[in-house]
Design a protein around this ligand. Structure first.
Ligand code: ATP
Ligand code: MG
Length: 600
């Protein structure tokens, strides 16, 4: 490919709406262009990267024994009615009506359709197990489409679904998929951590997420949407997504500032935990924090949690089985309780507001609590006599660095950032049961299929590679998913020796299967180097001053120095780099916390 032909306009400036580095660099490098919020054109460079990720996924899935198929994106809403998800999926489901006024959806995922395939095509245990997958666009009306390809409204996913006659057979396939996933991400040039993403409850379904850890080196800015908490003790190996991570609290040293029985004191203006601490010397660990959340359909709920802790809203959403929740606005607070922020509490609360209590408050003694009266708090309160003990407790808190590991109960928790690129899920009979998808078992009984599902965000994986591998000049693609392996830059297109040598190498590379772009633009060398760095070709070869003597300057994208190599040896050198090179191989990664994480 010649640069003068390649559709890749590089930009100097970061687009205003791009908050994360992969979004910025993919726009600036001429890879993607926004069409609408969360919807992008994948321009030729991006499509090449995407196709490479796809090819790796396809190869590993095929090797694992899965079969590729293609299901429709446009689906009748009836099917989703059958599974109950027409309602449950909420606003994220893209809905439309056809000309006959029939309700349709654009698929965000394919459990419903695949279950009908099993229902119609798989009659007996003899046809099991089966694992079917596709690589296809998905549609989700995300509340916050952002971060470019990391969270789009239209995006490419590999989704696989397996069907089994027994739990043990599903367990085996789960292990096969785990290995396939490790291979896929490794081949894409990225280490991943596998973290448990279910609550771990006995009898509950099991699922894991694969996270690309995005911190590159000490001190470098971290990115990645997810927080991953992990036990500092590598023998323990606990690792969990922040939205599900559990944590034990270190023992509290807090002492009450008041003495004696529960009393009501004046606390003018104490509208926040900080102010209660600063103005009234109330230790946050002794404050009972009361928050009102609103859920779908404006159902209110009061959450009680220890004053120094934060609510993890995903946990709350799961407990409430809600799609959307938000903290009550001042108006909503007033209407519901007659009180205001900071002074809402569980005492004399209207029955219409159920209470959800976090585990952290169970053991509280002599605590501070708001009583639904402006500028007043109760101090030295205790459960039972002063405040009714909540009926049920759950885990609603956000884990913190330094909390105690819930698994080994001794190590401290550490945190790093990551991006969820894939997940695997033991679905069990969730869909087969409601959709009446059954097979004849060995003893002739009709049984619902036992299912697993396995997703990978294809476009998200490509963007995650950019988050993981870049520097201030641009992208540093891992070889396996780079749009092209190499760029050849004649410094001055007017100098015949340079052009001749560049052309000679270009032909040689092309013949040898090395994907190469020749920067034949009549531009200054500086401009060409800048673009090569921004686009992120792993190999850069320059025909410059020494071209006349038959030498080319050869450089890898992550290295500062180049080497002069005689033209006859360049191909062999490049082929060796193709085999061995990984971005930042020599960087100081082993010093980062991220590397302490082991696979769960
Ligand atoms: P998330 O928690 O990030 O919203 P999810 O749990 O909704 O992800 P799944 O439904 O399991 O994700 O989808 C499988 C994979 O598809 C995810 O692991 C992720 O890599 C990718 N994915 C999900 N949503 C998006 C999106 N909006 N844009 C790009 N990729 C996505
Ligand atoms: Mg999602």
């Amino acid at each position: 490919m010649r640069m003068t032909r390649l559709l890749a306009n590089t930009l100097r400036e970061n687009p205003a709406e791009a908050e994360v580095v992969s979004h910025q660099l993919l726009v600036r490098g001429g890879y993607i262009r926004r069409v609408a919020s969360g919807i992008y054109n994948l321009l030729p460079l991006m499509w090449r990267v995407t196709r490479k990720v796809e090819a790796i996924i396809r190869d590993e899935m095929d090797q694992s024994g899965a079969q590729e198929l293609m299901m429709p994106i446009l689906q009748p809403a009836d099917l989703w009615e059958e599974s109950g998800r027409l309602k449950d999926y909420g606003k994220e489901l893209m809905r439309l009506t056809d000309r006959h006024d029939r309700a349709c959806i654009l698929a965000p995922t394919h459990e419903e359709v695949i279950t009908t395939i099993a229902r119609n095509e798989l009659q007996s245990y003899r046809s099991l197990p089966v694992n079917l997958y596709q690589i296809q666009n998905k549609y989700r009306d995300e509340i916050r489409p952002r971060f470019g390809l990391l969270r789009g409204r239209e995006f490419l996913m590999k989704d696989a679904y397996s069907f089994h006659a027994s739990e043990s057979c599903l367990d085996k396939e789960y292990d096969v998929m785990t290995q396939a996933y490790i291979n896929i991400f490794n081949r894409c040039g990225m280490e991943t951590v596998m973290v448990r993403s279910d609550s771990g409850a006995i009898g509950g379904s099991v699922s894991h997420e694969f996270m690309v850890l995005t911190r590159i080196a000490e001190g470098e800015q971290e990115s990645g949407e997810n927080e991953v908490y992990f036990c500092e003790d590598t023998n323990c190996g606990y690792a969990a997504n922040g939205d599900r991570a559990e944590a034990l609290l270190p023992p509290s040293e807090a002492r009450p500032a008041y003495e004696g029985k529960a009393t009501i004191v004046d606390t003018p203006g104490a509208t926040s935990i900080e102010l209660m601490q600063q103005k009234f010397k109330m230790h946050p660990e002794l404050i009972l924090k009361s928050l009102i959340y609103m859920a779908d359909g404006e159902k209110p709920v009061m959450v009680l949690i220890r004053g120094d802790l934060e609510v993890e809203e995903t946990k709350l959403k799961n407990v409430m089985n809600a799609n959307e929740i938000w903290m009550a606005t001042p108006e909503e607070l007033k209407e519901l309780s007659g009180s205001a922020k900071g002074f809402i509490g569980p005492v004399d609360l209207p029955d219409s507001i159920p209470i959800l209590a976090d585990e952290s408050i169970r053991e509280l003694k002599d605590f501070y609590v708001a009583i639904n009266e402006i500028d007043k708090h109760m101090v030295n309160a205790n459960w039972g006599s002063d405040v009714p003990m909540p009926q049920t407790f759950t885990d609603l808190k956000l884990a913190r660095i330094g909390d105690i590991c819930p698994e080994c109960k001794s190590g401290k928790l550490q945190m790093t950032r990551g991006i969820e690129v894939g997940n695997i899920f033991k679905l069990g009979t969730k869909y087969s049961e409601v959709m009446n998808a059954k097979f004849a078992s060995e003893n002739g009984e009709d049984k619902p299929f036992i299912m697993g599902c396995y997703g990978i965000g294809v476009t998200r994986t490509a963007a995650a590679a950019v988050e993981r591998y870049h520097d201030k000049f641009g992208i540093i693609w891992p070889m396996a998913i780079a749009p092209y392996h190499a760029v050849i830059i004649p410094v001055n297109t007017q100098v015949p020796e340079q052009m001749a040598l560049a052309q000679q190498l270009y032909d040689q590379f092309t013949k040898a299967g090395i994907e190469v772009v020749m920067d034949d633009r009549d531009e200054r060398a500086g401009v060409k180097f800048k673009d090569a760095d921004l686009i992120g070709f792993p190999i850069r070869i320059t025909a410059g001053k020494k071209a006349g003597e038959g030498f080319l300057e050869c450089k890898m994208r992550d290295q500062k120095e180049s080497k002069d190599i005689p033209v006859a040896d360049v191909l062999a050198w490049a082929q060796q780099q193709m085999q061995e090179w990984r971005p930042f191989q020599e960087a100081t990664r082993e010093k980062t916390d991220a590397d302490k994480v082991t696979s769960a």
